[in-house]
Write a protein that binds this ligand. Structure first.
Ligand SMILES: Cc1cc2nc3c(=O)[nH]c(=O)nc-3n(C[C@H](O)[C@H](O)[C@H](O)COP(=O)(O)OP(=O)(O)OC[C@H]3O[C@@H](n4cnc5c(N)ncnc54)[C@H](O)[C@@H]3O)c2cc1C
Length: 475
């Protein structure tokens, strides 16, 4: 007789493993299947996020930032050191150890929550059945009352610059470089390109980023993007906007990248080229032909607002479905679906999903940009406060950037909060909560913020929306 579960999840990234744990917490029997294999040949739960994305990139961002600060800021603090050097092997060892601890932690969480973590390939068959092929065993068919597809995404590969794992690489390989490339090219000035480009730039690489769009960080508020562009330039990142790669040739000395912009055709010599032009939904080998699941024209699994597919009892969550490709969005969809299966009311508020770029300074936002509010026609007001006027930022020696709040002129509701500056990724949580509860700027104005703290800049930006900033001249 075949095994059966209340819920079978395919994929143990932040969408799948969270869905599995939540479903188990509801008292359901749950299996979570995952086939992820790391470069060392070992399988691990956690998907892209823990193994190749969010976590390892942030581990390196932190190391490279400390190196940068030791070189450029310690002196101002009155700290003298000998020559500051880097040991990439030790840095990478730390990164790998963090990944190992967190991915191993998921196996522990599965055990504690009585989720069967199955290592191998999962395939949705017709009629609520899943075929599970263990890494080293025979395929078996599992009965599932409910199936959650959480197969994630993969980097987009360009035919003119195919990945070779050595010279032309994706973001995962770029996180695992064992030495600092002297000259590094990055295709794409999106979140991933900027984060990884700035890691290697701070560690000493000469980095050129080629971006097809004319606007820098087109998805961010213009004021915030302008501050970030200036800071990145100061840090030495050479970002070429409105530039389109037309070819990439691997030679003995590296890669020759051809690109075009308004001024004509150019070529660039680099030792390594990272192609970070986005990610595509990954559904290879996931669906039997008669599974009944439909994909849209871009390959995303079609789902409704509640992540239901067209097949009864089958849901899909995370990067393999429409919407922001972010770990926290993926996890919230996992929670929602597990709750729905358990018969509870649940939803994801797609209007209030924070975005964070973990560069230095960090960039974070939630809600609408000023351009979006303007286009909506709703009368609005804005308030901004620079970190240069914030005591904690001064103490941290990180005064670049600001907090900007956009609120409705009629009822004062906060519509968007945009931050560029120190710890923006942490500060944005207050704004997320404010938007989730439809708070007004007055709510933030009358909320006591600890002094001295970076969060006071959020408080002051809310005050500035009514020209009541107290530590800055109102304009
Ligand atoms: C360099 C980088 C940095 C990033 N930084 C951030 C960040 O700071 N913050 C953020 O929010 N997001 C970040 N992301 C995005 C984030 O990683 C994804 O949004 C998130 O991992 C999506 O989660 P998921 O569970 O949908 O998919 P994934 O994490 O991709 O997990 C899917 C899992 O399913 C498995 N799988 C697929 N098909 C099958 C099958 N048929 N059988 C068995 N297993 C299968 C895969 O092996 C994988 O383990 C980053 C991404 C990258 C690449």
């Amino acid at each position: 007789m075949s095994r059966s579960y209340d819920v079978v999840v395919i994929g143990a990234g932040p969408a799948g493993y969270i869905a599995a744990i939540r479903a188990a917490q509801h008292g359901m029997t749950v299996a979570c299947i995952d086939e992820w294999k790391n470069f060392d040949g070992k399988n691990a739960f956690g998907g892209t996020c823990l193994n190749a994305g969010c976590i390892p990139s942030k581990a390196l961002l932190e190391s490279s930032e400390l190196y940068h600060r030791a070189q450029h800021e310690f002196k101002k603090h009155g700290i003298t050191t000998g020559a500051v050097g880097i040991d990439v092997a030790a840095m990478q060892k730390r990164r790998a150890s963090i990944v190992r601890q967190l991915t191993g932690g998921i196996a522990g969480l599965f055990k504690a929550n009585k989720v069967d973590g199955l290592v191998g390939h999962g395939k949705l068959l017709a009629g609520g059945k899943v075929e599970f092929t263990p890494v080293d065993g025979e395929a078996e068919v599992i009965d599932a009352a409910h199936v959650i597809l959480a197969s994630g995404s993969a980097p987009i590969e360009l035919p003119i610059a195919p990945f070779d794992g050595e010279h032309i690489v994706d973001s995962w390989s770029a996180i695992e470089f064992d030495a600092v490339p002297q000259r590094l090219g990055v295709i794409g000035a999106g979140v991933i390109g900027l984060e990884i480009g700035s890691v290697w730039s701070r560690l000493g690489a000469e980095v050129t980023i080629i971006e097809a769009m004319d606007d820098f960080l087109f998805m961010a508020d213009r004021d915030v993007a302008a501050v970030a562009a200036k800071d990145f330039k100061k840090q030495g990142l050479d970002i070429k906007l409105g530039a389109k790669m037309t070819g990439a040739e691997v030679g003995k000395k590296g890669v020759t990248v051809a690109y075009e912009d308004k001024s004509g055709s150019h070529s660039l010599e680099v030792d390594k080229l990272i192609v970070a032009v986005g990610r595509r939904p990954f559904t290879d080998g996931l669906l039997a032909e008669d599974s009944g699941i439909a994909l849209d024209e871009r390959g995303f699994i079609i789902v409704d607002e509640e992540c239901r597919t067209r097949v009864k009892g089958v849901y899909a969550v995370g990067d393999c479905v429409r919407g922001a490709m972010l770990a926290h969005k993926a996890s919230e969809e996992g929670v929602m679906v597990a709750d729905l299966i358990a018969g509870e009311l649940a939803e994801v508020n797609y209007d209030v999903i924070p975005s964070v770029i973990y560069t230095a300074p960090e960039i974070a936002w939630v809600g609408k940009t000023e351009a979006e509010v303007k286009a909506s026609g709703r009368p609005y007001k804005t308030g901004a406060f620079p970190f240069a006027a914030n005591g904690r930022a001064k103490a941290l020696e990180q005064v670049s950037g600001m907090v900007k709040i956009i609120a409705a002129a009629d009822d004062d509701e906060i519509l968007g909060v945009h931050i560029v500056g120190p710890m923006a990724g942490e500060l944005i949580s207050e704004a997320v909560l404010a938007l989730e509860f439809s708070a007004s700027t007055e709510d933030l104005q009358r909320t006591i913020h600890a002094h001295p703290s970076l969060a006071e800049a959020v408080h002051e930006a809310a005050l500035a929306a009514d020209k009541r900033a107290l530590n800055y001249v109102n304009r």
